[in-house]
Every structure is written in C-alpha cells, then in structure tokens.
Design a protein. Structure first.
Length: 356
C-alpha cells in the first residue's frame, strides 16, 4: 500500500474514531479493558459489517437474491442468496465458516455451555450452547489419510458414559481408538468395522506392527488388518501392560524383578517356571496370561536396542487420554446417537483438521 492510500485511511479512521467516541457510553471507558470492550463492540456492530459486504460484493460480482443474516467474526452480515452460493456456504447456515471452526475447536475441548461463554469472551460474538451442539452433530469429518506408509498401528479401548432412561441412571460403554504411526487419531463407538476399514484404507507396510494390551477385543480387530494374500502382522503385547500384570501377582519382590528381566528378554518359559510352585490365584492367572499371549511377547530389549519398532502402545494410550479429556468432562453424559459425532469432532481437532 502506497503512502497516499495510507494517509487516506488514517484520515477516514480519525473521523470514524471521533464519531464512535461521541456515541460511546463514557461510563464504560474508565480503564483499558472497558475501552477494549467498547471499541470491539462498536467495530462488530457498526464498522466491519459494512466493510465485509463490500469485499463480498467485489469478490462475487453480485448482490442478487433473498437476504440472509450470517453471524461472523466481523459481526452480523446481511448477505444475498447468490453471494452465499458463490462463497460456498451451506443452505440454512447461520454461521460463517471461520466462526464455525472456532466453535468446533472449543466444543471439541470443553462443554457446550463453556464453549458458548468462551466464544463470546474471545470473539465478542454470541453463539448459544444449543447452536454449538447442533453444529457438532451436523458435521461429517473424514479421517485423515496418512501421508506416509503406515508401519505401526496401536489399538486400545476407552470408556464413555451414556445417558440412561429416566430414573435408570447412566452406564459406561467402550469405544475403540486407533493410532497410526503415533500421529493420526481415530475413534469409533459401536462400529468396529469402520475402524477396520479405516486402517485398511491406508498404505500398510508388510509386515505391519500391531501393538495392544491383552484384551481380546483389541486383537480381534487387529487380525482384520491387511487381510490380503501373504500379508503379515507382527502382533506385540504392550510391554507396560505385561509388566503391570506381572506385578499384580505380588509376593517376593526378588522373584518379580527376576521375572521382569526374563520377560524383557522374551524368555517366557523361564519366567513361567518362577511361578509354577505358587498356589495363589494371581500367579495362575499370570501363567495363563503368558500362555495366551506367548506369540506376542518379543525380546523387548533387542527390539528397543535395534529400534525395530515401538514396544509399548503409549501412542494410543495417550490418544485415549486426549479423547477422554473431552468425553469424560465433569458430569458429561451422552446419548448413544451423538457419541460418534463428538468422537469425530475431538479426533478432527487432535488431527489438526480444525487448525486456523
């Protein structure tokens, strides 16, 4: 912008500032915060709603059709149907795309009530909590395709509290989370097939490293990954879950430490032998656990030293915590039909799809 235009803008702004100051409520201008709020309010109400439509008219080349009011980050705009069509706004939409994205970012992290408060505090624009909820429920986010070939997949389960019938109370149900390459998040409620299809839609390295804990539900999903001729999966039991189950046995600390060392080196039979003479139920359960997952217990020491792959499902454990930070906020109860929507929005946020 040249000097002449800068001077013209300054002159216009000086005149505008005088007019806005004359109309301002002087009782609210006692400190800087009051001045900030007043100026922001005047800009959103009187200034930017006049500037933005000019930009829109110049860009779309039209001002034809019925008018529709749109809330935006530059105030409430009165736009024409043809303008909205050419700008790609959805039918019946009452929020601008950028304002929608701001609302979704907040709704993906806090309750709808808090999102209403925060969006007004941060932008000066009021969007009610029910509108925030409807916005989330109307979304159809596509999970991201990994930019690179996928060599590692971690799977785990999380918990969500569902709203029950009146007087019946709430109850907890499982959802499944998958993490690709420790980067991409995906979460699915009561829809295992979509999780399987999502993983199989990626470019999978053969063999594919699959990490998980000892739950059958995880491994039942894993066995469906890459189901094509000559495709191999390296199923690895998460080291930290293995160690956690070991120390549930209790008893001699020396024996537990010895068993940990043996298992770290993948010596399953030697570790089992340490507990054969134990009569406790926990020891018998642990022996059965080792026998069940013997093909998934590797030489963790060697794998880590050679950096062949991850030995723990920490990536997906982190994903469960990140997703749970929204799903388990204080007092949260969900309708069955809305669980996948909020999971989708939360994953979109974590995957960077709501970046501004």
């Amino acid at each position: 912008m040249n000097q002449e235009k800068q001077e013209r803008i300054k002159a216009c702004l000086q005149e505008l500032s005088k007019l806005l100051y004359e109309e301002a409520d002087k009782s609210k201008l006692t400190d800087l915060e009051g001045i900030e709020k007043t100026v922001r309010s005047q800009v959103l109400e009187l200034v930017s709603p006049e500037i933005a439509p000019f930009f829109i008219e110049q860009k779309t080349g039209t001002k034809v059709g019925k008018t529709r009011k749109i809330k935006s980050l530059v105030g409430e705009l009165t736009l024409k149907a043809k303008q909205l069509q050419r700008l790609g706004l959805k039918a019946r939409s009452r929020l601008s795309p950028l304002l929608q994205k701001c609302c979704l970012r907040l709704s993906a992290s806090v309750s709808y009530q808090k999102a209403e408060i925060e969006i007004e505090a941060l932008t000066g624009v009021k969007v009610g909590h029910s509108t925030q909820q409807k916005l989330v429920l109307s979304q159809d986010f596509q999970l991201p395709v990994a930019l690179q070939s996928v060599s590692e997949v971690s799977v785990d389960g999380g918990k969500v509290r569902l709203r029950g019938k009146p007087k019946a109370g709430c109850h907890w149900r499982d959802y499944k989370t998958v993490r690709l390459q420790g980067i991409y998040y995906g979460a699915f409620f009561d829809d295992n097939q979509s999780l399987i299809d999502y993983v199989n839609s990626q470019r999978l390295v053969n063999p594919l490293v699959c990490l998980g804990d000892g739950h059958d539900g995880v491994w039942n999903l894993v066995k469906e990954f890459g189901k094509s001729e000559n495709f191999e999966r390296w199923e690895i039991l998460d080291w930290y879950h293995l160690k956690e189950n070991l120390y549930k046995v209790g008893g001699s600390l020396k024996r537990l430490k010895t068993a940990e060392t043996l298992l770290w080196q993948g010596q399953i039979e030697e570790a089992k032998a340490l507990f054969h003479n134990c009569r406790g139920k926990q020891a018998k359960n642990f022996i059965a656990y080792l026998e069940k997952h013997c093909s998934r217990i590797v030489n963790y020491s060697y794998y880590q030293a050679e950096q062949l792959c991850s030995i723990g499902s920490g990536a997906v454990e982190s994903a469960i915590k990140q997703i749970g930070a929204r799903m388990k906020i204080s007092g949260a109860q969900w309708n069955v039909g809305s669980v996948n929507q909020i999971l989708s929005v939360r994953c979109a946020y974590l995957n960077g799809l709501l970046a501004i």
